[in-house]
Design a protein around this ligand. Sequence first.
Ligand SMILES: [Zn+2]
Length: 472
Amino acid sequence: MRFLLSSISIGVAASFMSSCGEVRTSKVMQEQHDSRPVYVRIPTSLLTKEWVQTTGFNRDHAKNNDYAIGWLPSTILTQLSFDERSEIKKLDELAVTEGRLNPFTLETTRTMVDPPTALEDYHNYKAMTDELHRLADSYPEIARLTSLGKSVQGRDIWMMTISDHVDLDEGEPELLYVANMHGDEVVGRELSIYHIRRLLGEYGVRARTTNLVNQSKMFIVASMNPDGFEMHQRYSATNTDLNRNFPDFTSDDHDNSTGRAVETKAIMDLHASHHFIAAVNFHGGEVCFNLPWDTKENATAAEKFADDAVLFPMGRAWADSNPTMAANSSFDRGLTYGYEWYEVNGGMQDWSIFYRQSMHATVELSYTKWPDASYLTTAWAENKEAMFAYHERALTGIHLEVVDNQGLKVPSFEVRIDSSTRGLNYTNGVAHRATSNGAQRVSILVAGRSVAQVTVAARMFDGNYDRVVVAH
Ligand SMILES: [Zn+2]
């Protein structure tokens, strides 16, 4: 296969190849703002790492051995040679998104003659806003609706917070679910609304739900990219791919939101004031559970995410409980490590783990990004147990109250466990950490110095803490 890098404009190639991470990032952002990228199918034989970096090809989710689907900057596409262009097929993105065109075979599928009746249609921005307000107003004791800020086009990025004593910081474990950061991947947005309804509606009615609301705090962002949804497109209104817009720890050592999309900044700011014990962000275009890392290899135990021993079984459980996911033989029964699928730089998942000590995974909910609304019934049936089980597993681990010998809460400390290579930082005398089952050997450090070692049994949080007294 002949592919001439020299045919690409020198200016763009030079900026991608720059050794300076900041320059590269700003040039890529500039590129993203210039014009809407073109949705294409290209042979995987073209897809060297160098080709991807040089062209700025942004790969889409769907997995296929022969072809990759994704976006090329329109300026790049026009500069390829005739031979190169003939290998690359432009696609009708909306037809693919709605499942009317198979991007690999280029076959068009007929719309269903008699689709099953939808439970309800997708919530557009107005309908979603009204529904979230209605829910928050109906359950004022346990639900609080806030805006993380405005999108480019002035829409609120809504977040529903759910807990008993929702306005207090009780030190309970905090979890985050984010959906619809890609504007045309819409199933997670609806499942988020359904999940909110269930958490609120079943509170005080079902013991399992009541327990989760009482013992933790749930943060749910149904749409991180409300403009993209209204525009029926992946990108934000500035043509920014929000899941490529976060600081990338392998090339950008500045955890800085300056110059990033307002939607990205909203999520970064949220993490500045919360330590999410576990998180999920929802996508579409495949059906799988995607583990970190996306940005680097996960080949050896040393390369894997330090809490892989905790997160992997959580992912396995999610995939096993979803019949469509478990049957996805493109992956390991629906489970994959991100990089081994395809490399993503600047994704939210890796950023929140590396820079914010979270435990964050990516869940792909539907082969068709924007399926007929009748599919939502199936999607909910296949994921509603997993959404609860993931939450419960995240609450299972060690729950410490760390005080000094006067009984005062230690303001700042680190928790290490024998089964993980990462230490996590906590404030205000309370620590929650998801772990494997069984006894955990725990070290508490203050200012880098070990001040206590204890063995505590992992358990689901029930409001009680294991008290550790440290001399420091
Ligand atoms: Zn996505």
